[in-house]
Unconditional design. Structure first.
Length: 175
């Protein structure tokens, strides 16, 4: 009977470890009008509800990019928005067309006051190392220890480990 309780406790513990890791990137980022959004290699999930017309609250159906950021000029790119509370934007979505995108609604038309700016995310640049021309012998040796950056284990690895532990416990319980 106690092994059953142990199995339940370990299963709950495994779920407590797996659920936060699995839900890490599922919450959309709420976007405000005029906000600048950096788009990198990872796709972003955006909530565009605040770009709606505040009087009618009709959904945003498109994001439009105009030549020279002028809505009176030609439309250069249109991003379809099937669901304005969960839109995925990545570098492939923009295809190099960074700049100001205006919200558009089929019912309300162009919402000029509601725009967002997409910019490319900055890339890491390596720091230049220089070697001194003259080597001096210091009187006191000071060693700097650099802390290594660590990465969290993958959520899938945690889930596999938790399932494996539960399977082992279930197998030992049957014996």
């Amino acid at each position: 009977m106690t092994s059953r309780y142990l199995l339940v406790i370990l299963a709950v513990l495994a779920l407590a470890l797996v659920v936060p890791a699995a839900a890490q990137e599922t919450i959309p980022r709420v976007v405000q009008p005029g906000e600048t959004i950096e788009v990198g290699s990872e796709p972003l999930v955006l909530d565009l509800i605040n770009l709606r017309d505040q009087d009618t609250f009709n959904p945003v159906t498109e994001l439009r990019y105009y030549r020279d950021d002028d809505p009176n000029k030609q439309v250069v790119k249109v991003i379809g928005v099937p669901n304005d509370d969960r839109v995925t934007i990545g570098t492939q979505t923009l295809n190099g067309q960074y700049g100001r995108y205006y919200a558009y609604s089929d019912e309300d038309g162009l919402l000029q006051q509601n725009s967002i700016i997409f910019t490319p995310a900055p890339t890491a640049t390596p720091t230049e190392t220089t070697t001194p021309t003259a080597t001096q012998t210091p009187t006191e040796t000071v060693t700097d220890t650099a802390t290594a950056t660590t990465q969290a284990p993958l959520p899938g690895l945690i889930a596999i480990a938790a399932i494996g532990i539960c399977g082992l416990l279930a197998a030992t319980q049957k014996r």
